[in-house]
Design a protein around this ligand. Structure first.
Ligand SMILES: Nc1ncnc2c1ncn2[C@@H]1O[C@H](COP(=O)(O)OP(=O)(O)O)[C@@H](O)[C@H]1O
Ligand SMILES: N[C@@H](CCC(=O)OP(=O)(O)O)C(=O)O
Length: 372
C-alpha cells in the first residue's frame, strides 16, 4: 500500500501534529512528547526538508492562564494562543537545538496567503528557511485571525502548506493509529489502510470531535485535508504521533491516501479552500463561458448584478444567471464602485472614468473556476 519508495524518497515533507499529541492529560504542553516528535523527524528523515505544522498554542496557553478547559470565547482563545505559541516555539527551539538545528516561526492567516504579494512572501520565506536548513514551524496566526477568516483547523492549513511548498508527502499525526471505519472507541471498528478516492469512504462514520477535547476538527478535518492534498497531487499518511518514526521510515502504518489529482497553481487552491467570500457577482452566460471554459479574466461587461459589501482585493463568489456558484476570485473594485460599471465595455469605462478603470473586475490570475 503506502509505497515504501514513495515515502522513503520524499524530498520535502509536511508533518502536521495535533494539539492532542503535544499536551498532557492534565492540560499544558508536554515537553517529552515534543522531544519524541523531534527525535522521530530528525532521526528518520535526516535528508528530507521538513515543514512542521504544529497545533497546540491554545492548549499550551490554557494552564498558564488558569483556564481549566478550552474557553468558548474567541478573545480568551486568542489570549491562550498568544501565551501558548511562545511556549510552544521555545520548546521546539530547545528540542531541535539538541541536534544543532534552528527553527523558524511562521504564522499564517488565510487572508495573507490569498493576496498575491503575501503569498509570494510566504513561499519565499518558507523556501529560504529550508535552504538554510532551519525547520519552519507553521501555525495559524490565532491572535489576529478573526472568526470569519480563521482556517480554524490546522489539518486544512497543512494541506495548503504542503501544496505551497510543493511537498512530496503530507504526514498527519494525531492521537489515533489510523482512520477507522467508525468511532475507534466503539468495539468492532477496524482501521482503513488505504483510501484511493471518495468511494473508499462511503459508509465510513467520521467523527468530528476528538475524545481528548483539545483538538478542533476531529477526523472530519483530517479527511478533508487529505482530500485537498491528494487532489493536488500529494499523498497523505494519517497515523498517530507515536508512529511518526515508523511512518517516516516508510513502514506501512496508519491510513495511506493515494493522490487523486495533479499538481496545479497553489495560490488558486488557497483561494478556493481558504477564503470566505464577501459578496457575489452575478455573470451573464457569455461571461460564465469565458471564465469557466476559456480561463479569461472577468470584465464589467459580463456582470449583471452585485451584492455584499467588499473592498478591492477581497474574495467574492461568482455565480451564473441561475445563481449557481461557478467560481471565486479577488475583486479589483469596491462594492460601491461596481454598479456604475456593470455591462459596460472596458474602453467605454476608460473613456468616462480614466485609465485606472480599464482594469478587469477579477484578473484571471486571481480567479478559480469550479468545475461542477
Ligand atoms: N472514523 C474515525 N477514525 C479515527 N478517529 C476518529 C474517527 N471518528 C472520530 N475520530 C476521533 O478523531 C480524533 C482526532 O481528532 P482531533 O482530536 O481533532 O485530533 P488532533 O488534535 O490530532 O488534530 C480521535 O481521537 C478520534 O476520537
Ligand atoms: N491554531 C490552533 C490549532 C487549531 C487546530 O487545528 O488544532 P488541532 O485540531 O489539534 O490540529 C492552536 O495552535 O491551538
Amino acid at each position: 500500500m503506502s509505497s515504501l519508495r514513495e515515502v522513503a524518497g520524499a524530498r520535502r515533507i509536511v508533518v502536521k501534529v495535533g494539539s492532542s499529541s503535544l499536551t498532557t492529560t492534565a492540560g499544558g504542553l508536554d515537553g517529552s512528547r515534543v522531544d519524541a516528535l523531534v527525535d522521530a523527524i530528525v532521526e528518520n528523515a535526516p535528508d528530507a526538508e521538513v515543514v512542521l505544522v504544529s497545533s497546540g498554542a491554545i492548549a499550551a496557553g490554557l494552564a498558564p492562564l488558569g483556564f481549566a478547559k478550552r474557553p468558548r470565547d474567541l478573545a480568551k482563545q486568542q489570549a491562550a494562543a498568544s501565551v501558548g505559541q511562545g511556549l510552544l516555539i521555545a520548546r521546539y527551539t530547545a528540542s531541535f537545538a539538541r541536534y544543532g538545528r534552528r527553527v523558524g516561526q511562521v504564522l499564517l492567516t488565510a487572508d495573507d496567503v490569498t493576496r498575491r504579494s503575501h503569498y509570494r512572501n510566504a513561499v519565499s520565506t518558507l523556501n529560504k528557511l529550508l535552504e538554510l536548513r532551519a525547520v519552519p514551524i507553521v501555525n495559524e496566526n490565532d491572535t489576529v485571525a478573526t472568526q470569519e477568516i480563521r482556517f480554524g483547523d490546522n489539518d486544512r492549513l497543512a494541506a495548503l502548506v504542503a501544496h505551497l511548498v510543493d511537498a512530496d508527502l503530507l504526514l498527519l499525526l494525531s492521537d489515533v493509529a489510523a482512520l477507522y471505519d467508525g468511532d475507534p472507541s466503539t468495539p468492532g471498528t477496524a482501521p482503513i489502510r488505504e483510501v484511493r478516492g471518495p468511494q473508499d469512504l462511503e459508509g465510513v462514520s467520521i467523527g468530528s470531535v476528538g475524545k481528548a477535547g483539545v483538538g478542533t476538527g476531529g477526523m472530519v478535518t483530517k479527511v478533508e485535508a487529505a482530500r485537498i492534498a491528494t487532489g493536488a497531487g500529494i499523498p497523505v499518511i494519517l497515523t498517530t504521533a507515536a508512529y511518526a518514526a515508523r511512518a517516516l521510515r516508510g513502514e506501512e502504518v496508519g491510513t495511506y491516501f493515494h493522490r487523486t489529482g495533479e499538481r496545479g497553481g497553489a495560490r488558486r487552491l488557497w483561494l478556493a479552500h481558504a477564503t470566505t467570500a464577501r459578496g457575489v457577482l452575478t455573470l451573464d452566460q457569455g461571461a460564465v463561458r469565458a471564465v469557466t471554459e476559456r480561463g479569461s479574466s472577468l470584465l464589467a461587461a459580463g456582470i449583471t448584478g452585485v451584492s455584499g459589501s467588499f473592498t478591492a482585493g477581497e474574495p467574492v463568489d461568482l455565480c451564473g444567471p441561475d445563481g449557481a456558484l461557478i467560481g471565486r476570485g479577488l475583486v479589483n473594485y469596491d462594492a460601491a464602485e461596481l454598479p456604475a460599471l456593470l455591462g459596460r465595455s472596458t474602453r467605454d469605462l476608460a473613456a468616462q472614468f480614466g485609465a485606472q478603470y480599464e482594469r478587469e473586475v477579477v484578473h484571471r490570475d486571481d480567479l478559480v473556476a469550479f468545475h461542477t
